[in-house]
Design a protein around this ligand. Structure first.
Ligand code: SAH
Length: 253
């Protein structure tokens, strides 16, 4: 496709948890319209069939800034997509795109396509652990100091929120998970934790464990896993975890 003379556009596309059937129609249309697609190899691999024939720019982990700079530059003249796993605004590429454009006073034409975030994909696989007020915390201390993460976790526990944990573990970062689970144990006791690994991807595993079991075998939780820490209202029955909204206390059924 020739792009000379026409206005460019940057789509920032959320591609959901993995299964291509969980991409939105808007995401598919944006990819179709794009001349180039830029992203991390893992995410590009998930949508290979949809981007056949496009100019594909793969970049590695830790290269987020370079990826965004290039995507914004290309968007001056051509139409392209920067892809992000799940939703781009949740621990994704979107804030960096805005930060970069604001800091450098750049104005490119853009459109954000939301995606299904890991929380929304994983929660119904467990039952309904998140139905009302909840807190989302990432245990990655690459961009957030660990002390701050601990403080936020503690306050979420004090507020009796169901706590959803992104980035619970990585190859380099094993101790954060153990430390976080010890804080949960101290503050809330040995409650249930819903564990979803690879939601809507190959190797999907769903289980419910006690906090103490995770402390004993933290290797069961890896970087492809999301956790749901029960609050005082959460019920566990068999393989289902449900935090009731309160209907049964109000209605007879
Ligand atoms: N932007 C993404 C999150 C990126 S942070 C989103 O909106 O989902 C990466 C973390 O998300 C992982 O460490 C894991 O905790 C979680 N995650 C992403 N996809 C997942 C999936 N399919 N199953 C379980 N957890 C997932």
């Amino acid at each position: 496709m020739q792009s000379q003379g026409k206005q460019g556009k940057l789509y920032i596309v959320g591609i959901g948890p993995g299964d291509v059937e969980l991409l939105t129609i808007k995401a598919i249309n944006a990819l179709k319209e794009s001349e180039y697609v830029i992203g991390h190899k893992t995410y590009l691999d998930r949508i290979r069939d949809l981007i056949e024939g496009k100019k594909i720019i793969e970049s590695g982990m830790g290269k987020e800034v370079e990826r965004v700079k290039l995507a914004v530059k290309l968007a001056e003249k051509s139409i392209g997509s920067l892809v992000s796993g799940g939703d781009p605004s949740i621990y994704g590429m979107l804030p960096l795109v805005f930060e970069f454009m604001i800091k450098n006073n750049l104005h490119v034409n853009y459109e954000v396509i939301p995606g299904i975030t890991a929380l929304c994909a994983a929660s119904p696989l467990l039952g309904s652990p998140v139905c009302g007020d909840h807190v989302v915390i990432s245990l990655s201390d690459l961009l957030t100091p660990w002390e701050k993460i601990e403080k936020r976790l503690l306050h979420a526990l004090k507020g009796d929120f169901v706590i959803v944990i992104y980035n619970p573990s990585s190859r380099r970062r094993k101790t954060n998970l153990i430390r976080a689970m010890e804080i949960v144990l101290n503050e809330r006791g040995d409650v249930s934790v819903g564990i979803v690994k690879n939601a809507f991807r190959e190797g999907c595993e769903v289980s419910i464990k006690r906090v103490s079991e995770i402390v004993e075998s933290p290797e069961t939780v890896d970087m492809n896993t999301i956790l749901f820490v029960a609050n005082s209202e959460t019920l566990v029955k068999g393989d289902k975890m449900v935090t009731p909204r309160g209907y049964s206390s109000k209605y007879d059924f």
